[in-house]
Write a protein that binds this ligand. Structure first.
Ligand code: 5BU
Length: 276
């Protein structure tokens, strides 16, 4: 087993050079939570209500800010206030995928100004390394961190094999800004040549497609359990959306709280199993 897989979050936090990765690892350890809740709701009030309820149980809140219908700048101020109140980081799941110049503008500007409030964001490696340099020109001076999409949770995903290996190589060449991957398993040593020493690298693996009660949805999503993801596949953070806030109309806040604590406990137990 590789070193970062068997080390504690605290041990990894102590030596991680990227401020956002370090803060995330510290938060995970402090709150005993490797749970990230993905709050994919379309109304600002509902978005804030869900975050206020799950806040105590998470290390990270994942957003898709572009799906919020009544977005205004004050929503970000309220999100930041909740981040301070409940001690979690923010991850805008923007999945950038364009040329360096365009992604730098999308990250810094427009209505959402993602770089000003999101500690972590992500990008498809498909354009090549220029996407990382473009985003780094904005995010690195702010101490932000980037995740590359090395794999996806969906049925029939094309992000496999050599594509995944190239994503890891790209990260290795830009490890001052790329802090890890969205992936379904640990990436230690993936794509490395025999001559390359990768012993000291510590990429975080954040994993969507996690559910305790369902194996998928009708649109290609596939779910695995926290045990499969964290214990068996060596991932670091479980990302859960509908498993926590449900699929129906309207949100039952009491049920959201119960599910958040349930997933937090399952994710943490799976981690303790992994590190032994
Ligand atoms: P769910 O409700 O737990 O299925 O939501 C999963 C979230 O994670 C949702 O916001 C997706 O956009 C996101 N996601 C994913 O499901 N699978 C992937 O491979 C990637 C992101 Br990348």
């Amino acid at each position: 087993m590789s070193s970062s897989q068997t080390q504690t979050y605290a041990q990894r936090a102590a030596k991680h050079p990227n401020p956002s990765a370090k803060a995330l690892l510290d938060t995970i350890e402090r709150k005993k939570s490797n749970l990230c809740v993905s709050v994919d709701v379309t109304k600002g009030d509902e978005f804030l209500n869900v975050i206020d309820v799950v806040g105590p149980y998470v290390c990270l809140i994942k957003t898709h800010v572009d799906i919020i219908e009544d977005f205004e700048t004050s929503l970000i101020e309220k999100l930041q206030a909740l981040s301070a109140k409940h001690d979690f980081l923010i991850f805008e799941d923007r999945k950038f995928a364009d040329i360096g110049n365009t992604v730098a503008l999308q990250y810094s500007s427009g209505v959402h100004k993602i770089a000003t409030w999101s500690h972590i964001t992500n990008a498809h490696p498909v354009p090549g390394p220029s996407i990382v340099t473009g985003l780094a020109s904005v995010g690195k001076p702010l101490g932000r961190g980037l995740l590359l999409l090395a794999e996806m949770s969906t049925k029939g995903s094309l992000a496999t094999g050599t594509y995944t290996e190239e994503a890891v190589r790209m990260a290795r060449a830009h490890s001052d800004f790329v802090i890890g991957f969205i992936a379904q398993r640990r990436m230690d040593g993936v794509g490395a040549s025999a001559a390359q020493s990768v012993v000291d690298e510590d990429f975080l693996i954040l994993t969507p497609g996690v559910g305790l009660d369902s194996r998928g949805d009708s649109m290609g999503q596939q779910y695995r359990t926290p045990k499969e993801v964290v214990t068996e596949s060596g991932c670091d953070v479980i990302i859960v959306g509908r498993g926590i806030y449900g699929t129906g109309n309207g949100i039952d806040i009491q049920a959201v709280q119960t599910q958040a604590e349930r997933y937090r406990a399952a994710g943490w137990a799976a981690y303790l199993d992994r590190i032994g």
